[in-house]
Write a protein that binds this ligand. Structure first.
Ligand code: CAA
Length: 447
């Protein structure tokens, strides 16, 4: 065992190259008010893959940029784990396809790297980071780093309520000793239960009980927070600078944030200060029946979310983590990692010195499991954040009309036999290049 600090050394994001404007394009076509998206769900646009993009190209392009920027060779990588809930093969893992792509561009190969694929809905990206952390801490890594890639095309069936929250993109992360970006806490909390809220039993698009999925998210996140406190100690709002949470849509995080704030202010100086205006938090022991207690708690929470204390905390701690999600939608396994980047990027843009600050990271996967841990910002974080080109990628996305969106959805639907022309020209990236003799997908690099 080693006790060297382990965490995320570097990160790269690759967004799908198409954009669907939810307020301007999607809402009118669906007969919805634009505010349902911009205010209710908190989303302005979704990213979509062009016809030559998929989970492999997006993941490989993010990883390629990361390795290139950090001057890495395949020999420096001892492990490649891909987290996805959009896999197209039940046996051969996506990591082998991505390694194959990267080998087209780098000297050497990944023949001695352990490769795998992680599945537990959206929490799998964080689980892959855990696996890499444990592998390094167990000193089985031979000085090498791990590549963790979270990549998804989060598409829903047409006319499913989830269609409003789609997205596509990949996040590549380098997990290493003495990391440049954030160190991970050893302490973790879990909230996990057998739930039937969102699943894909042998089907491409999910079956979703949307309203229930929201409740399950909140319940499991709460359990994970309580479980974290058992090992990490009681959390106070002043303990952390940002709270990146899994963001299926920003409105979901808004619902979670007020519950988290209520929990972490209970029994604190903040609860005392708030008591003058909204009273103390209801305590279970003061109520004879559960229903009356829950009603009182709901009333307290409604008042809490209007207080200056809460609104200031939300604006400072949560809102910055949602900036990118508002523009790209849900990236499933990548979503919480986009939230981390989004928050750190906003601190960088504000010129804030974040070294030593803590992040309370809340990951979630349907089915269902939440995980909470803490990350500490490292000395070279700013170099890593400044190196991102996500603004440029977002700016360059092709803006789809509604008819084009319908075509793109069909192009990525396994059950549709459609031939749709690409909307953008590939430039210095991996592209899907047709099918091989055993039904495998093939890829090539376009200069
Ligand atoms: N102005 C302002 N707000 C408006 C509005 C308007 N004109 N019209 C609607 N709204 C609000 C609604 O009040 C609602 O907000 P509240 O929930 O706070 O009341 C919000 O906009 C959404 O409106 P609806 O509830 O009417 O939207 P919907 O019926 O289309 O469904 C959804 C929303 C259930 C989230 C659906 O998009 C869905 O099923 N999404 C996929 C599942 C999902 O993302 N679940 C999240 C938890 S599970 C998870 O996190 C895993 C994962 O990644 C999938």
């Amino acid at each position: 065992m080693t006790d060297t600090p382990v965490g995320i050394d570097a990160i790269e994001i690759h967004t799908g190259k198409l954009k669907l404007d939810l307020a301007e394009t999607f809402a009118p076509a669906m007969g919805d008010s634009p505010e349902k998206y911009t205010k209710g769900l908190g989303l302005h646009a979704s990213s979509f893959p062009d016809t030559y993009e998929d989970i492999v190209t997006m993941g490989a392009n993010a990883a390629h940029r990361l390795m290139d920027r950090k001057g890495l060779e395949p020999d420096d990588i001892g492990r490649i784990d891909v987290a996805t809930e959009s896999a197209f093969d039940h046996s051969k893992p996506v990591s082998t396809y991505i390694a194959g792509c990267l080998e087209q561009r780098f000297e050497g190969n990944f023949h001695h790297a352990n490769k795998g694929e992680r599945k537990f809905a959206c929490v799998a990206g964080t689980q892959s980071i855990d696996d890499a952390y444990n592998w390094i801490r167990a000193d089985r890594h031979r000085g090498r780093a791990a590549l963790v890639i979270a990549t998804d095309t989060a598409l829903y069936a047409r006319d499913d309520p989830g269609e409003s929250t789609q997205g596509a993109g990949a996040v590549a992360m380098l997990i290493d000793e003495d990391p440049n970006l954030v160190e991970l806490s050893t302490e973790q909390g879990y909230g996990s239960a057998d739930e039937t809220d969102f699943l894909k039993p042998q089907q491409q698009f999910p079956s979703v009980d949307g309203k229930r999925s929201v409740k399950v998210y909140l319940a499991r996140m709460r359990e994970a927070l309580v479980d974290y406190e058992r090992v990490g100690g009681t959390i106070h709002p002043d303990d952390f600078r940002l709270g990146p949470f899994h963001t299926p849509f920003p409105g979901m995080v808004r619902k979670a944030a007020v519950l988290a704030y209520r929990h972490i202010t209970r029994g604190t100086d903040i609860e005392d200060e708030l008591a003058e205006d909204i009273g103390k938090q209801p305590r279970r022991e003061a109520f004879d029946d559960e229903e009356a207690f829950m009603d009182a708690l709901a009333d307290y929470t409604d008042e809490l979310k209007e207080t200056d204390h809460y609104l200031e905390w939300y604006d400072r701690t949560i809102d910055p983590t949602l900036d990118i999600a508002r523009q790209v939608g849900n990236w499933y396994t990548g979503s919480v990692h986009v939230a981390r980047v989004s928050g750190l990027k906003s601190l960088a843009e504000a010129g804030e010195d974040a070294v030593g600050q803590n992040l309370l990271v809340g990951s979630y996967g349907s089915g269902a499991q939440a995980e909470i841990h803490v990350e500490t910002v490292q000395e070279n974080w700013l170099d890593e954040i400044d190196a991102l080109n996500i603004d440029e990628q977002l700016e360059n996305r092709y803006d789809l009309t509604f008819e084009e969106y319908e075509d793109v959805h069909d192009a990525h639907n396994y059950d549709e036999d459609s031939s749709v022309e690409e909307f953008t020209a590939p430039d210095g990236e991996f592209v899907f290049d047709g099918w091989g003799r055993m039904g495998e997908r093939k890829y090539r690099y376009v200069e």
